[in-house]
Write a protein that binds this ligand. Structure first.
Ligand SMILES: Nc1ncnc2c1ncn2[C@@H]1O[C@H](COP(=O)(O)OP(=O)(O)OP(=O)(O)O)[C@@H](O)[C@H]1O
Ligand SMILES: [Mg+2]
Length: 314
């Protein structure tokens, strides 16, 4: 059975708590106005597809991905494969929205179906099929298990997720799933894209928005996975939490009355009643200690969040 050393808890408890609070606020505000849900889903469809495919090596830009998905255009100079990767990822996300229900129980068939959609028309002979031979992950500090063990490991992992004997929170469970899944590496290709889809099913069934790992964070992401291979989950948990906080804030900000005034850290530290400098507030944001999220290269937080931290320390 798969367990996880929860040594990160002490450090990240306040972050997890803040995310849980935000989700319960969001879930209480449901059903959200249709226009809000539509607008955000469309934006996430493009962002999620762009970021996940870019991590995997797809060269379509965010704007090009949007044009392919929403305008049905073909981008000059980009391969047919890259276009398929974008369209397939969209189909797979739509499948997740179909599957997701509060009592959703993870199962192997859905995982294979999602993988099948990811590689459809690209590698049809492998789409939706477990690998039957060895693989190597370049740059990783481990070699995935023998192909004969894949099916059994995958079943064990699914069972561990569904029984959740350690009573892990949705964020922890999704992170554990992500790490163990890429360790098993069930497929010849498309493991990364598939796991970034399926882990979000685990979050979405609890009313969380999807966690979108940003292409900007690719190096950090691989480093965090390597550390998880050594049993140290702190970085990976933090990365997932940060990805979730960003999408959660996007939802909350789109609900009338729940929006907060997020500003760049550089503008907040200019306020006379903020006793900290930019470096320190950025550190608090990166460590998950204050309500903050990153857009592109900039961190955003609120004046209230910084003042609340100041008060908690005095
Ligand atoms: N150091 C590592 N430790 C554990 N897993 C890793 C490591 N480096 C990469 N991986 C995982 O392996 C995945 C790559 O697997 P694969 O090439 O089959 O998937 P992909 O979808 O084609 O690519 P990508 O994951 O890059 O999108 C990465 O996304 C990541 O999740
Ligand atoms: Mg690949």
């Amino acid at each position: 059975m798969w367990t996880i050393k929860t040594t990160y808890r002490e450090e990240l408890n306040s972050t997890f708590k803040r995310l849980e609070d935000k989700v319960s606020v969001l879930n209480k505000a449901r059903p959200l106005p249709n226009i809000v849900v539509q607008n955000i889903r469309e934006a996430f469809l493009v962002e999620w597809t762009f970021n996940s495919n870019n991590i995997e090596g797809n060269t379509l830009s965010l704007r090009e991905t949007q044009m392919v998905l929403q305008e049905g255009v073909t981008i000059k100079g980009k391969s047919l494969r890259e276009h398929f990767e974008a369209k397939n990822h969209e189909t797979a996300i739509n499948k997740l929205y179909e599957l997701v229900k509060p009592n959703y129980v993870l199962n192997a068939k859905d995982i294979l179906d999602i993988h099948g959609l990811v590689l459809r028309s690209i590698e049809d002979e492998h789409a939706g099929r477990l690998r039957n031979a060895g693989v190597r992950i370049s740059g990783a500090n481990f070699v995935p298990p023998n192909a004969r063990k894949v099916s059994g490991y995958l079943d064990d992992l699914i069972q561990a997720i569904n029984t959740n004997t350690q009573q892990l929170s949705p964020v922890e469970l999704a992170t554990l799933f992500h790490h163990k899944f890429v360790w098993i590496h069930p497929f010849f290709d498309g493991n990364g894209r598939t796991v970034r889809l399926v882990m979000n099913l685990l979050l979405m069934r609890h009313g969380y928005p999807p966690a979108i790992i940003l292409a900007n964070d690719r190096a950090k992401y691989y480093l965090a996975l390597n550390q998880a291979n050594h049993g140290n989950y702190t970085k990976l948990m933090l990365l997932m939490s940060q990805a979730l906080e960003r999408t959660l804030n996007i939802y909350l900000n789109a609900v009338p009355g729940l929006d907060k005034d997020y500003q760049t850290i550089s503008s907040i530290v200019e306020e006379p009643d903020i006793p900290y400098g930019q470096e320190y507030v950025s550190l608090l944001a990166r460590q998950g200690k204050i309500d903050a999220h990153k857009e592109g290269r900039n961190w955003y937080t609120t004046k209230e969040a910084v003042l609340a931290y100041v008060n908690s320390k005095s």
